[in-house]
Design a protein around this ligand. Sequence first.
Ligand code: KIV
Ligand code: ZN
Length: 499
Amino acid sequence: MEEKKIYIFDTTLRDGEQVPGCQLNTIEKVELAKSLEMLKVDIIECGFPVSSPGDFNSVVEISKNIKESTVCALTRAVEKDIEVAAEALHFAKRGRIHTGIGTSDPHIKYKFNSNREEIIERAVKAVKYARKFIDDVEFYAEDAGRTDNEYLARVVEAVIAAGATVVNIPDTTGYCTPWEYGEKIKYLVEHVPNVDKAILSTHCHNDLGMATANTISGIMNGARQAEVTINGIGERAGNTSLEEVVMTLKCRKDLPFHTDIDTKQIYKNSRLVSTLMRMPVQPNKAIVGRNAFAHSSGIHQDGVLKNRENYEIIDPVDVGVNDSVIALTARSGRAALNHHYQRLGINLTNEELNAAYEKFLLLADRKKDVNDSDLLIIVGVNRSEAARKVRLKFLQVVCGKSSVPMATVKLNIDGEICEATSSGNGPIDAAFSAVKKLVNRKIVVEEFLVQAITRGSDDVGKVHVQVENRGNLYYGFSANTDIITAAVEAFVDAISKFI
Ligand code: KIV
Ligand code: ZN
């Protein structure tokens, strides 16, 4: 069966960035656009140039920096918007204008105080005007999800005749069910006479949690472009998530579609978006959540260790995650326990493993997560604070609005006190860098999570840190009313596990 290519249109920098409090500056947007280009997205929608000088500037800078992906700018069906977008795209090697207007009855009546015929005229005029500046023009029929199919087909036919190369069918309010959305695309494929002259695109919002299902249904019924965001970010409940659509098409071999996405770049992009936009990814998020590949039940752990295909439909390596995590809980089996001992460099005989397993079960009944220190204690290796090779003895930071963040750290490394001072992006970064100087190992911080236990500013903050050293991951934890101290203690806790 011949596989059809699905074009991936990423709108993290436009629709995704509309999340309140997640706005990026131009430098951050260019960094993300370059990363999306490495991910091999076909189109990067990067702003609404007429909306602000910042958006205009970002589209200009991204246009200068991106060579492979098409750079797209959004407009309303308004001449001024289109002129400004064309100017912002001036440097783009491949540029696209995305113009459109609302087509549902509520939009026509309450937003535009207009009527169906007039809306078609405005749509056609906008597409023709955009084509004067650029060859690649996409039209969006806003709120197509709630637009009557017969009328929508007339709009689509008219804008294709006017020169639209792509027609976007947004479910703006996230209202459709997968059947309904698929039927809508099918209706257009069957009833728009010139539909073969353009590509139909999906653009689904997730208000009812069906954005990915709707997108896949749209593709199965004839859409050839999917509009998505990394981690599914976007206003309200978000947009369709790129990783879910791409991995569905990759892992369901019975669906005759493919994308050009380099899936090994997915996890990296997910982390980048989460960090730049300061939006944590929910732990159980499909494909990129912390627990997406973590198995906790004994039967699953044993199965995955024998052959990951027993319980994993996706190899984590395919999305750029190094390995699946085998979490230890009361439901874990011997195989999982042994896996962790081997990771800690401890090889147990069968007899030793059986004895350790008995003790482990007793402990796991009382404790939610059994950590590395517990495992070492079970087999008689003392890892109490006093027995640790690395301990934090002293920490002093200087930070504030107009000063360079600096940190001085004293560590006790195997009985010897050593001291280092470093600067950084903030006090925590400065302290981490001082610690790294002292331990002199290549350590990469993979995850850094700060949580307040209650609500007050005098509250205890909990910090979880995950670091990578020579291909292995180590967790550290600390809690303190001084959040900077908690962060550095958690970092030292993680480091002390491999030193
Ligand atoms: O959701 C929507 O309708 C949109 C359009 C502006 C494309 O984001
Ligand atoms: Zn949208």
